[in-house]
Design a protein around this ligand. Structure first.
Ligand code: HPA
Ligand code: ZN
Length: 326
């Protein structure tokens, strides 16, 4: 039995976190009040009771609706500041966080409003917690290529404060190939590349993320396990998978935590990491994810240390900083 303090005390990087998915119901209510917005819930308990999902799209519908309370730069600041405080308590010393600009620009909130709010919280987290943070601009894959290109164009003035681009939202029916050109543009800007693939989508989408987008890291990647040749390729190339156990359970990617493949991934030589995805919606932050997987799969300290080391190896920190964290 692993004690909880060991997990929280393990220095770790969080590599798969949607900042909009860290919006706790309490903050949702506070921001709704501050911005004079009506929300379709009577109480915080009501909101939490609505968080029952049987697939990715059920979650996405409620996640995009919740984001409507985010209007001003200070809202994005407060959202991110709350996440950094919570993550620091869980032993996170480096975070690479995704944000979904199109969720906000589609509602008339300017890209500048979103990023200036997030950047102010990032600067504070560095001063307050000594945490390093990189931003991952994530494109919504249910929207078209032109919308993604316009979003990358809007980001150009801030490109030196963005580490990577990503690809999220409804996976099925929206294969990576749809975004090959915008990913090529992002690469030309010097950005790293990540994409959700193999969460609900088939192994073919993982191949596309590798071959057509040229990703530096794979978000989720669970369904790669269906294809032994793909597993061998991922293992040999040292590709990092950002696995999210509580998300997998809540979105029915696994039926039960006792059936989660995290240790199988490690045994097969995959560089798996543990992350929280959308912690306000899935029932826990990063240490909760480590605890859940340790308990359900009987992981020992050695596996947990491997997972934490993998998080630095899979990060976009410069080599010297990675080495300093190992
Ligand atoms: N998958 C796809 N899109 C998302 C997710 C996810 O787990 N979380 C937020 N957007
Ligand atoms: Zn995700």
């Amino acid at each position: 039995m692993i004690d909880s303090d060991f997990i929280a005390g393990l220095p770790k990087a969080e590599l798969h976190l949607h900042i909009e998915g860290s919006l706790e119901p309490e903050l949702m209510f506070a921001l709704a009040k501050r911005n004079g917005i009506a929300i379709p819930f009577a109480s915080v308990e009501d909101v939490r009771a609505a968080y029952n999902f049987s697939r990715l799209q059920d979650f996405l519908d409620i996640y995009y609706a919740g984001a409507d309370v985010l209007r001003e730069a200070r809202d994005f600041h407060d959202l991110a500041a709350a996440y950094f405080d919570r993550a620091a308590a869980d032993g996170v010393v480096h975070a690479e966080i995704m944000f979904d600009p199109q969720t906000h620009t589609a509602r008339g909130v300017a890209f500048e409003t979103v990023i200036t709010g997030l950047l102010s919280a990032i600067d504070e987290a560095k001063a307050k917690h000594g945490m390093s943070v990189q931003l991952i601009l994530s494109f919504l894959r249910h929207l078209d290529e032109a919308d993604a290109i316009a979003t990358l164009d809007a980001a150009r003035p801030w490109v030196d404060r963005i580490g990577a681009v990503g690809l999220d939202s409804s996976e099925l029916g929206h294969p990576p190939e749809k975004f090959a050109r915008v990913f090529a543009q992002a690469r030309a800007l010097g950005l790293k590349l990540v994409a959700h693939a193999g969460e609900e989508g088939p192994p073919e989408y993982v191949y596309q993320a590798l071959d057509l987008l040229g990703v530096d890291r794979l978000d989720h990647g669970n369904r790669s396990l269906e294809d032994p040749l793909l597993v061998t390729r991922l293992a040999r190339s040292g590709m990092t998978l950002t696995v999210c156990p509580l998300s997998n359970l809540k979105l029915c990617v696994v039926d039960d935590m006792t059936a989660h493949p995290i240790d199988r991934m490690l045994r097969e030589g995959l560089r798996a990491t543990v992350n929280s995805d959308d912690p306000a919606y899935f029932g826990g932050y990063i240490a909760d994810n480590y605890r859940a997987i340790a308990a359900a799969r009987g992981l020992g300290r050695d596996d947990l240390v491997t997972l934490a080391r993998n998080s630095f190896l899979g990060s976009f920190l410069p080599d010297a900083a990675v080495t300093a964290h190992l």
